[in-house]
Design a protein around this ligand. Sequence first.
Ligand code: QAP
Ligand code: CO
Length: 172
Amino acid sequence: MKLPIVVYPDKRLKEISKEVAVFDTALHTFLDDMYESMMSSNGIGLAAIQVANPIRVLIVSLPDEEGNQSKESLLEVINPRIVSSKGSIFYQEGCLSVPGFYEDIERFESIELEYQDRYGEVHMLEAEELLSIALQHEIEHLQGKLFIEKLSYSRRKKFEKEYKKKLKENKK
Ligand code: QAP
Ligand code: CO
């Protein structure tokens, strides 16, 4: 089932997500719904809070060299914890909850992540470049943070002005 995406400035995006303790079929169904919602919105990453569920769950599916997003490339990440990070990298980020807006954001170039899968099994993952960026972006959603909060004061002001203008236009 496709779930509606919560968009900025909805206050629910500020909520702190809770640890997952039960890895049951309800969780599996929810993960499948997240995947369907992300794919039908042309996303490459989605956090549970973006579909109004404040639990520490995120998914990432990066396109391959041909630009195809296969289900095999899907990464389901539950209760993530960054155990180490290094370097710095800039990338033009977007977000399904901030549609139509993209800005260069600085992240760690590589991270080491501990997380659980849909069965509760613990995994370690070393991620770099785009996967590392996507994971950091989604993990910040779990803390109630959006990428626009990393903008400089002047860029944030410019964003607020443009975004609100667009929201008004879409209402007409
Ligand atoms: C997060 O972002 C991310 O504005 C996932 O109109 C960001 O899937 C991962 C999207 C940067 C890696 C690098 C945004 C779709 C999708 C839009 C997304 C839009 C339609 C964003
Ligand atoms: Co996002």
